[in-house]
Design a protein around this ligand. Structure first.
Ligand code: TYM
Length: 343
């Protein structure tokens, strides 16, 4: 049986990359699969979070899930810390994963930066907790943006090593689901950098709660180049993707075009065809209109939901109970397999 799991950190300022790379894809999967969508507050505290803001930020992610169209009566929406299975399984995985594997994680290197010795141990073992999130439910498919690919490789390695070490065909080897026309949304200020919450410039990203004026201002100021917009000659032979070499020469242009394609629900090929030879100024006008019409209602609904915290908290609480019921027998079986007395 297939089961979907994915998570989003409540670190504030959800942005267009989170939406196009992940949350929007969560919505469509609900019709065909059992889905668990988790606000990963335990992951968030691997770097400092103001305790006053963690709960509101947790509600913000839940509100984004709901406002984007995730149905809480169908899918399970919850926050990680309310289900103890995540921490319990993460400990077992800390004993399965190897230092050498974690040393290769590029996200740790990026986040720890030059101050590696000062990074939390939590940040280092972050991918083990991520594996526990997924495997506590024996999830088989994980929709994410491209930046999470390496972490999912590690989840696969952990599942395989656990199964081998204990001679049990227990955990599934998960498949990443990385799809859509914008699996890696780049900064609006620098097309070679990922759009990210940690970028100090507000103009680098569109936040999901931005109003129409902010969206318009950020798109109008977005970096471009002096050329006209490229056309379908920039595609790979199969006509479905932008050629990586060509993309490298004009990263800002292709980022904006990919955003347009993803928001409009049309292919990148159709988008290139539509705007080939246009000036950036007219294209940006169209992108503003499209972005405001697609993101405006989501932002407004998020604001409405965040103003009713009890309602959102109840959804997270109910979701946590449903999630815990799925994870409990898995954890029990893990204890038995490992040999803990009392299982
Ligand atoms: P997080 O909170 O950084 O991001 C949430 C989701 O948004 C995607 N994303 C992007 N996609 C495209 N372009 C971007 N610029 C961009 N920025 C972020 C991410 O790929 C992600 O899908 N480690 C995860 C959270 C997590 C998780 C899990 C995910 C914890 N446990 C288990 C899946 C399964 C993270 O940091 O996401």
């Amino acid at each position: 049986m297939s089961r979907i799991f994915s998570g989003v950190q409540p670190t504030g300022d959800l942005h267009l990359g989170n939406y196009l790379g992940a949350i929007r894809n969560f919505v469509g999967l609900q019709d065909d699969f059992e889905c668990l969508y988790c606000v990963v507050d335990m992951h968030a505290i691997t770097v400092w979070q103001d305790p006053e803001l963690l709960a509101p930020h947790t509600r913000e992610v839940a509100a984004a899930f709901l406002a984007s169209g995730i149905d809480p009566t169908d899918s399970i929406i919850f926050n990680q810390s309310q289900v103890t299975a995540h921490a319990e399984l993460a400990w077992v995985f800390n004993c399965v994963a190897r230092m050498g594997w974690l040393n290769r994680m590029t996200q740790f290197k990026e986040k720890a930066g030059k101050h590696r010795e000062n990074a939390s141990i939590g940040l280092y073992v972050y991918p083990n907790l991520m594996a526990a999130d997924i495997l506590a439910y024996k999830a088989t498919h994980v929709p994410v943006g491209e930046d999470q690919k390496q972490h999912l490789e590690l989840t696969r390695d952990i599942a395989i090593k656990f199964n081998n070490d204990f001679g049990a065909e227990f955990f599934p080897v998960v498949e990443p689901l990385i799809f859509g026309e914008a699996t890696r949304v780049m900064s609006l200020r620098d097309g070679t950098k990922k759009m990210s919450k940690s970028d100090p410039s507000e103009y680098s990203r569109i936040n999901l709660t931005d109003g129409a004026d902010d969206i318009a201002g950020k798109i109008r100021k977005a970096k471009t180049d002096p050329g006209e917009l490229p056309g379908t000659e920039s595609l790979t032979e199969d006509g479905r993707h932008i050629d990586a070499e060509i993309e490298r020469t004009r990263p800002e242009a292709f980022n904006l075009l990919s955003i347009y394609a993803a928001l409009s629900g049309q292919t990148i090929a159709a988008t290139l065809d539509q705007f080939a030879g246009s000036q950036f100024s007219s294209f940006k006008g169209e992108l503003v209109d499209l972005s405001v019409s697609k993101l405006g209602p989501i932002g407004a609904e998020m604001q409405r939901l965040m103003a009713a915290p009890d309602h959102v908290d109840q959804i997270l609480h109910d979701g946590a109970n449903r999630a815990a019921a799925i994870a409990a027998p898995v954890i029990k079986e893990v204890h038995k397999i490992v040999g803990f007395l009392g299982a």
